[in-house]
Ligand binder design. Structure first.
Ligand code: HEM
Length: 125
């Protein structure tokens, strides 16, 4: 838990000052709730206590990200801050590689916008 608290604190130091990501957070400029939820989720995902599920229910992260436009830019900014946080975590090479091997596809999985200036919503039917 301490490891994920430090990782997520460091991650949010970057997010808070990010002009693309920070405005997406409904409780900004207060990131304490978002920090808490991500910390608990990661601790649970990696085999720790299931407090996230107790507080929030099943993660359903794709669904929970639908309200926020997550395109390639947002995904890459998110990954940049997480890569920095993992790099500063003091974890071994193997653990850092394992964490990034999870975060990279996870961020792409949560992308819900192509980032292209087209949309199927206007497509003639
Ligand atoms: C790809 C770029 C991403 C963006 C732009 C993004 C953005 C956001 C935003 C705006 C929120 C709402 C903040 C809040 O809870 O108050 C949120 C919540 C959350 N995000 Fe992300 N996120 C991204 C990727 C990820 C990834 C890769 C993970 C997990 C590995 C993740 C895990 C979570 C969790 C656990 C929550 C809280 C869900 C809840 O219980 O309500 N996010 N995210």
């Amino acid at each position: 838990m301490e490891f994920f608290e430090r990782l997520v604190d460091r991650f949010y130091e970057g997010v808070q000052t990010d002009d693309v990501l920070a405005p997406l957070y409904p409780e900004a400029p207060d990131f304490s709730g978002a920090r808490h939820r991500l910390t608990l989720f990661l601790a649970q995902y990696w085999g720790g206590p299931t407090t996230y599920d107790d507080e929030r229910g099943a993660p359903k992260l794709r669904m929970r990200h639908f309200p926020f436009p997550v395109g390639p830019l947002q995904r890459d900014r998110w990954l940049q801050h997480m890569t920095n946080a993992v790099g500063a975590s003091g974890a071994s090479d193997e653990i850092r590689a394992t964490l990034l091997g999870y975060f990279i596809p996870a961020a792409e999985h949560l992308r819900n916008d192509t980032g292209l200036p087209i949309t199927s919503a206007d497509y003639p039917r």
